[in-house]
Unconditional design. Structure first.
Length: 77
């Protein structure tokens, strides 16, 4: 199995900017993260749990709590 690439602090800061923009400006983003396998979903970030270090990605057909420490990629859609 190929190990997942680690995200550097500069790249992680860029991901955070996109996440915060989704919260503030209410626009959709696509998020990839590792959770037993690589998951990818899109939606708007509606909540952030700083204690659990998760973001709540929401769209009409569902929502996902995404662990911030498992983020692989965040993109504007």
């Amino acid at each position: 199995m190929t190990p997942l690439r680690s995200i550097g602090s500069v790249e992680l800061a860029g991901l955070y900017v996109i996440i915060y923009d989704s919260v503030l400006k209410d626009f959709a983003i696509a998020v990839s993260w590792y959770e037993e396998c690589i998951r990818r979903e899109w939606g708007v970030v509606k909540n952030m749990d700083r204690d659990e270090r998760k973001i709540k990605l929401t769209r009409d057909d569902g929502c996902w709590w995404v662990p911030i420490d498992n983020l692989l990629q965040v993109e504007r859609v």
